[in-house]
Ligand binder design. Structure first.
Ligand SMILES: Cc1cc2nc3c(=O)[nH]c(=O)nc-3n(C[C@H](O)[C@H](O)[C@H](O)COP(=O)(O)O)c2cc1C
Ligand code: SF4
Length: 433
């Protein structure tokens, strides 16, 4: 039987996964196996589709947790719309999108087709980082199989973007797709108003799209049957640092952080803090870990947010100030170089963090950092400086005792090996085109 016959023959609805995992339940890159496991995508009218997503309460998994139905509705009200699957995953501590794309590419592409149907799009793009050969190979084969089987009604273009932290920011991505550099542009207009070729454009993270593909198959009640009341469903978490089995895990939103660490095989050492949300995220001190769960409502009590689902456990043997200084240097180097407060401000913040890590003029560096926070936040064209400042602020708060130790010429670290991955980046070193 050819794939075309296989695709046409699979009309039965598959049984919804009862528990977890959902997205990663049937890993396969083959279209026939995917259709066997999940069944076909039901066809719904756009209004019914958007209403279903609204009832499900699906929120974006790319970082901002924005309600997906609101974005679908905004784009659907426009003409000649475009959909973009954001598979850039520029966050160095995250591997969830790459894992999803290699294990369940057709779920993502089903979701892209559903999103296209919901907003009436004729053009679809999936954008991923240049150099990710495994992801690119899987996607190229998946798209070819789908084209041969005729399962998609909208052609999908596979595009690669430069490997920069900011390339996945939606206005940067749209600018790149329009022939410019992958740098953020001033908003408004936002992509949903005027995006690719000046047309209303839906930019959606690939994990969000995969959830969409399951919501349309199994319904809103099924989707809401796990998760937190206001943030239903599951999410992919990249768990790293002091755990036995670092990797990508699917868990219900609302899962306690300690349970997430247990899911990754448990901890390998005493943990002093956990970074939640990625490099725009927040350090949650060990003392608070028992009281917060992995959903925005609970995390907001400690000034944190889900972000893109990074959960990185810092062993007590490492210095949190040194970790934060390395990430701050990376974020400063990743500025798009367009706004003064971002270029100069993040450079100064990085230098002050480096001084704190080395124990040089600790009081002066700390005072300068607090002065600069107010001068930088909210002053860039995009949220890059705000995210970087949030991360550094939380490091100053969580590692305050360690900073005092540095002031006295001491440091708790007994192991200097870095925990958080920081890719080599130098401004101008990697092209933005
Ligand atoms: C600096 C920056 C980098 C971002 N990088 C990514 C990325 O790599 N992948 C992604 O899906 N979203 C990224 N985002 C979020 C996107 O701008 C956008 O909100 C998201 O793709 C929307 O999808 P969602 O609603 O499904 O989450 C980034 C945002 C910022 C501010
Ligand atoms: S705030 Fe920074 S990263 Fe954002 S557009 Fe301006 S210079 Fe670029």
């Amino acid at each position: 039987m050819t794939i075309v016959e296989a695709a046409q023959g699979r009309q039965r609805r598959a049984t919804p996964p009862a528990g977890l995992p959902r997205l990663l339940a049937n890993p396969t890159s083959r279209l026939d196996e995917h259709l066997d496991a999940h069944g076909p995508v039901p066809r719904l009218r756009p209004e019914a589709l958007i209403a279903l997503v609204e009832r499900a309460g699906l929120r974006g998994r790319g970082g901002a947790s924005f309600p997906t139905a609101t974005k679908l509705r905004a784009v659907a009200s426009g003409r000649r719309t475009v959909v973009v699957a954001n598979a850039c995953e520029g966050e160095p501590a995250s591997a969830k999108d790459a894992t999803l794309l290699t294990q369940a590419p057709h779920l993502v592409l089903d979701g892209l087709a559903v999103a296209a149907a919901a907003v009436g799009a004729r053009d679809a793009v999936i954008a991923t980082e240049r150099g990710r050969t495994e992801v690119l190979d899987v996607l190229a084969h998946a798209l070819q199989a789908r084209a041969e089987a005729g399962v998609d009604h909208v052609p999908v273009r596979l595009v690669t973007v430069p490997p920069r932290y900011l390339a996945g920011e939606e206005s940067a991505l749209v600018h790149f797709l329009n022939g410019g550099e992958a740098k953020p542009t001033s908003v408004p207009p936002r992509p949903y108003e005027r995006g690719v070729h000046r047309r209303p454009t839906l930019v959606q993270n690939v994990e969000t799209l995969a959830h969409l593909a399951l919501v349309v198959r199994h319904g809103d009640a099924w989707f809401r049957s796990i998760g937190a009341a206001e943030e239903p469903g599951s999410a992919l978490f990249t768990v790293s640092g002091a755990v036995v089995n670092p990797g990508v895990y699917e868990a219900a939103l609302g899962t306690p952080i300690p349970s997430m660490l247990v899911a990754a095989g448990g901890t390998t050492a005493d943990v002093s803090a956990v970074l939640v949300g990625g490099y725009f995220g927040t350090w949650v001190p060990a003392s608070a870990l028992g009281s917060v769960t992995l959903d925005n409502r609970s995390l907001s009590a400690v000034g944190a947010a889900l972000g893109c689902g990074v959960v990185a456990a810092l062993p007590a043997s490492r210095c949190g100030v040194a970790e934060a200084a390395r990430v701050a240097a990376y974020l400063a180097a990743e500025t798009a170089g367009q706004c003064g407060p971002c270029v100069n401000g993040l450079g100064s913040v990085s230098a002050a963090m480096d001084a704190l890590a080395r124990g040089q003029d600790v009081a002066g560096a700390t005072a300068a950092l607090h002065r600069w926070f107010g001068m930088i936040a909210g002053r860039g064209a995009c949220r890059h400086p705000d995210g970087a400042i949030r991360f550094v602020k939380s490091a100053l708060h969580t590692f305050a005792d360690e900073i005092t130790r540095h002031q006295r010429g001491m440091c708790t670290a007994t192991d200097r090996a870095p925990v958080l991955p920081v890719p080599h980046s130098s401004p101008g070193g990697i092209s933005w085109r």
